[in-house]
Design a protein around this ligand. Sequence first.
Ligand code: NOJ
Length: 548
Amino acid sequence: MSDRWYEKAVIYCLDIDTYADSDGDGVGDIKGLIGRLDYLARLGVTCIWLNPIHPTPNRDDGYDVEDFYNVDPRFGTLGDFAELLHQARDLGIRVIIDLVVNHTSDQHPWFRSARSSPDSPYRDWYVWSDSAPPDRRQGMVFPGEQAETWSYDRTAKKWFYHRFYDFQPDLNIKNPEVRAEIRKICSFWLQLGVSGFRMDAVPFIVEETEAGRPDSPKDMEFISELRQHVQWRRGDAVLLAEANVEPDQLKEYFGDAGGTANRIHMLFDFMLNGRLMLALARGNPEGIIDALHDTPKLPAGGQWATFLRNHDEVDLSRLTAEQRNEVFEQFGPDENMRLYGRGIRRRLAPMLGGDRRRIELAYALQFSLRGTPVLRYGEEIGMGEDLSQDGRNAIRTPMQWSLLPNGGFSSAKPGDLVRPVISGGEYGYERVNATTQRHDPASLLSWFERMIRTLREAPEVGSGSCTHVDVPAPAGVLVHRADDVTGTMLFLHNLSDTDGVVDLGSLRPEAEFPNDVLADREYEEPGKLDKLAIAGYGYRWIRLRRRA
Ligand code: NOJ
């Protein structure tokens, strides 16, 4: 059995500032999070991924870092952070943090120094051009919010490169000092006890940008070096990368040294994410089946990270225009729900019309597919979005803990909160909150607890193979299986609202004592597997066999 922890992990992503406020100043903090670790332990998550924790002018939710060696004073101190790591570890929970080193904030002392003088020791830490780059209106990540990728700096009297917003100047990866500094940042946090990093914007980190050359070469060796360094400093540390690139490039990110991944351990599966959304919108699993067939074989130690929602918009850019429109029509019918022409700024529960059957189905499906599941905070209780907030802030509202004022997130005056808590209506904290659900065995939260516990008893899902079982099945039904030396799990998920029956009698010889370990309802015993009923939007996780 694999002893790589990240293959069997359940990752929970949260933003400290909207999670739990312990001191009543309206901003979530580390002590608040420490107070909620028992909740996370009960939920069954084994790793927390923290969105950026560093001091920041906060113009991009912390993805504009001002000091890589500290925590945002609004969140607490480094001492609090060390305490968090200790307390989490005691409960069997690891912590990974965002590593945002493609760029810094323009308020970072390095950039301030760099722009101030040609003699600054930091001048060459950023990417400059003397003249207006002809390609400066190409490659924007935030169309509509960002007009160009090169901006003129009046102090430096030069153009500087910024793949993202103009207050996020890109670091110059070609500079060995920058590389050494990035290694040092990793060492620092590993030394404090984090278990690894969610690496932001990796395709842009490796870009050796040159003005007038929009297809600049990429230096993947930087990732190999960083991997070696990180692994040397802490043997079990992982890199989990955001690299939303063409499928044929993904292999480059994992790297391959004689069959073993030697760059990134885990990559978010953006391709699968888009296809999951399409499949849910259509009520038909074909896109997922294609994804399972197309998935390149990963080198040993390479792993996918699956997700339905994250802290950004649902990114549909990997779908065709026609497919994207189908998803828009179903899940983002109003213009106000869409973003950057490619995405949807909503949470999953409202996208699925608040239909409990569909929410369970969607998450049961995600968690049963190959890879390590990543869950965004608040999804476990079915939180909604606040479309009155700008852009991606719609899905970054405070966690809804209880019926207390501000949903129990903070004791501050509502006007002093980092962002308003969703109140009133179907998704307000009065109806959707963790405490009420905790006391209700039939709640979505209780379901998540059961589902996650069940997954943790099925290590073949994270560590083993995942294959589509190609048998005649009703149009909405996906049948797949997970296998490794520990055993075999069989999965049925019905994406349509029509009941069906599947004949899986051909698998009978492999089944020792087939039994439902998780299902949307009580079904008849699987028996000979030849008449497996599956309700509309239903799911069945069946253990076929178990090995010592
Ligand atoms: C990707 C992050 O997920 C997003 O939230 C951020 O705005 C950009 N990278 C820039 O750091």
